[in-house]
Write a protein that binds this ligand. Structure first.
Ligand SMILES: Cc1cc2nc3c(=O)[nH]c(=O)nc-3n(C[C@H](O)[C@H](O)[C@H](O)COP(=O)(O)OP(=O)(O)OC[C@H]3O[C@@H](n4cnc5c(N)ncnc54)[C@H](O)[C@@H]3O)c2cc1C
Length: 608
């Protein structure tokens, strides 16, 4: 078991949150010899099969052992949000009602956005999909900040550092082979079976995206993490990679933290579980407030997002001190909350709750963004047994030559999140789940509802606020292409009964074909969901008053304080953020260690 933290000790570094942002970073700092305290609100579930076996990811995201429920809004239009068919209500008798027709007296909760409070963060309950940002996502940070260390070519080195790739050749230079994060993919041989409905669908899709249908078996084994010149423009099929090993064991920052604590070298990493950080402590005597520690409360289920929280439960606050730096990695909702509770954020919002303003930083909790997701769901006449199609493609109405849709198609249903998700529609269910890349809108927010650190903030994604019509048109175009490919499934699967976005029974009978693009757009506008939130404390240009961080993750206007997690990205990094967040975690460790080395050099210089 990890050693307990000593409140009287002073650590070199304190890291809050052990997910993809904070976990690798804390381990790196300790391995460099610096005493590091890692504060994590959740528990350690490394040997719990719900988490350890990647195939149980849906159970993991539903499991109360780690679940933090955030009930979010998708817009400022309450009536529009109420059309989301998995809106969740508290019935008052300890159960949820999910749907459009709540029982009398039920209290509206909102749209569920699950998070995991556990050692390893959401990388312990996610589906483990491993992908990389577009090169331009990294290069954009260079353009914004002038910091060339973010160039795409250089960023791949961080993948190589963390990765223990299990499918690439040992001499493949685009992959890492000795890291702590196992990455594997699946057997693509199903794609060789020309008579299978999944392969027939895939061949038609190949035609629709301009690929050679005779080569789908090769394409199904294309490396989604590969390094090729046209990697961001090539519409094609891929082999889905996951941060799990080939036996199906999940890998996450949990592995690296545990290995660091257990290492015979006795690296100075102290992990404090079941501990909710409530405030950053500052020395305010200098020109800028300097972070010197963290205040926290210990005990299970203290945060009110935890469904196991017992009303009225609280705990005394303890202070932990850092002689070098405090690093916040609580994730896209909790990091901005913690900054604001500590006096860093929009002055008017802080003043409303009586929080003394240390740094008026209007971007904290703003510009929250996420990929829009939606799915095409239908029932075949018989089950489509095998073959998970993974495809990245460009719809004809995409604004650039780059791909704008990631989708995976198979015999499952995925319609977003609610307690008990997903719905099982029987063995004949078939779905293409779509992730829209590069939403035009970045208008979401994480704002305080009180100054109580046990309370949840208010989260509103403001989906489709800007450029919504264009984004929706891209989703509709993708749905039309995918639907067309389904018609190639052949006997005995056809005809599909589509459940959404164009319900067959209602629409096809009346007009003989499918529903209009307008109706589909309306469907996606009300039913889109998301789970890749980023950018609520983003890195930005000097002079941009909404920029929270500089390119070295330092909080503007403060000293000794950084933010390293998914909130730091200026936009969603590609289509899945977990691996990119682990990559920036290791990058940030280099920045922190470089600052320590520079400070040591300066000290040595002073003494000369
Ligand atoms: C259901 C689901 C499935 C997903 N599937 C995928 C996928 O397949 N692939 C992919 O790339 N991405 C996926 N994601 C997204 C991905 O997991 C997240 O983007 C990623 O984990 C973000 O990392 P993070 O470090 O920013 O935050 P988190 O992973 O949220 O980690 C934050 C950690 O900080 C802790 N913490 C927060 N506040 C405090 C506090 N005040 N004090 C102490 N500790 C605190 C939390 O307990 C948590 O452990 C999924 C997300 C969800 C919800």
């Amino acid at each position: 078991a990890p050693a307990d933290a000593d409140p009287t000790a002073t650590y070199d570094y304190i890291v809050v949150g052990s997910g993809p942002g904070g976990g690798p970073l804390s381990a790196e700092l300790a391995r460099a010899g610096y005493s590091t305290l890692l504060i994590e609100a959740g528990t350690d579930q490394w040997d719990n099969p719900t988490y350890a076996d990647i195939q149980n990811f849906n159970e993991a995201a539903n499991d109360e052992t780690t679940r933090w429920d955030f009930w979010v809004k998708h817009s400022d239009d309450a009536a529009r949000d109420l059309k989301f068919k998995h809106t969740t209500w508290d019935t008052g008798d300890g159960t949820f009602y999910v749907g459009l027709d709540p029982p009398e007296g039920a209290k509206l909760l909102g749209i569920q956005y699950p998070r995991a409070a556990v050692l390893g963060g959401c990388a312990m309950h996610n589906a483990g999909v491993a992908s990389l940002p577009e090169d331009d996502d990294w290069n954009r940070i260079v353009n914004l900040t002038g910091d060339a260390s973010w160039e795409a070519g250089k960023m791949r080195e961080y993948l190589k550092k963390i990765e223990r790739n299990e499918y690439a050749d040992a001499d493949d230079p685009s992959h890492g082979h000795d890291g702590w994060l196992a990455i594997s993919n699946s057997d693509p041989s199903w794609a060789k079976n020309d008579s299978s409905p999944a392969v027939k669908i895939m061949k038609r899709l190949a035609e629709l995206i301009g690929q050679d249908p005779s080569r789908v078996a090769d394409f199904a084994n294309t490396d989604i993490l590969g390094d090729f010149p046209n990697r961001d423009t090539m519409s094609s099929f891929f082999n889905l990679a996951t941060h799990a090993d080939k036996t199906g064991k999940r890998f996450s920052p949990n592995n690296y933290i545990r290995a660091t604590v257990a290492d015979p070298a006795k690296y100075p990493l102290t992990v404090k579980l079941n501990t909710l950080a409530t405030k950053v402590l500052f020395n305010t005597t200098g020109p800028k407030p300097r972070a010197i520690g963290v205040e926290a409360m210990s005990g299970p289920s203290l945060y009110r997002a935890d469904p196991k929280h017992i009303p009225g439960t609280t705990a005394p606050k303890t202070q932990y001190f850092a002689r070098r730096e405090v690093i916040l990695s609580g994730g896209v909702f909790n990091t901005p909350q913690l900054l604001k509770l500590s006096g860093i954020g929009p002055a008017t919002e802080l003043s409303k709750f009586g929080i003394p303003v240390l740094v008026d930083l209007p971007g904290v909790g703003e510009r929250l963004t996420d990929n829009y997701e939606g799915s095409l769901l239908g029932l075949g006449k018989v089950p489509i047994a095998s073959g998970l199609i993974t495809i990245l493609f460009r719809t004809p109405n995409a604004p650039t030559p780059k791909r704008n849709i990631f989708a995976w198609c198979g015999a499952f249903s995925f319609e977003g999140f609610w307690p008990g998700f997903p719905t099982y529609y029987g063995p004949n269910q078939y779905s293409c789940a779509m992730v829209h890349i590069k939403p035009r809108s970045q208008d979401g927010s994480v704002r305080l509802l009180s100054a109580d650190p046990q309370d949840k903030p208010e989260i509103n994604f403001r989906f489709f606020e800007h450029g919504g019509d264009e984004d929706l048109a891209e989703l509709v175009s993708a749905a039309n292409m995918l639907r067309e490919s389904w018609q190639a499934a052949g006997e005995p699967v056809l005809p599909f009964e589509e459940l959404h976005p164009c319900p067959s029974s209602a629409e096809k009978k009346s007009n003989g074909t499918t529903c209009s693009d307008g109706k589909q757009a309306e469907y996606f506008k009300t039913q889109a969901y998301s789970h890749h939130a980023t950018s609520s404390c983003q890195i930005g240009a000097e002079g941009d008053k909404m920029a929270v961080l500089d390119s070295k993750f330092r909080v503007r206007g403060a000293e000794g304080l950084r933010v390293v997690d998914a909130s730091a990205f200026p936009n969603v990094p590609g289509f899945f953020p977990s691996v990119p967040t682990m990559m920036i975690s290791v990058k940030a460790a280099g920045d922190v260690l470089a600052a320590a080395a520079a400070a040591k050099g300066a000290d040595a210089g002073d003494g000369e």
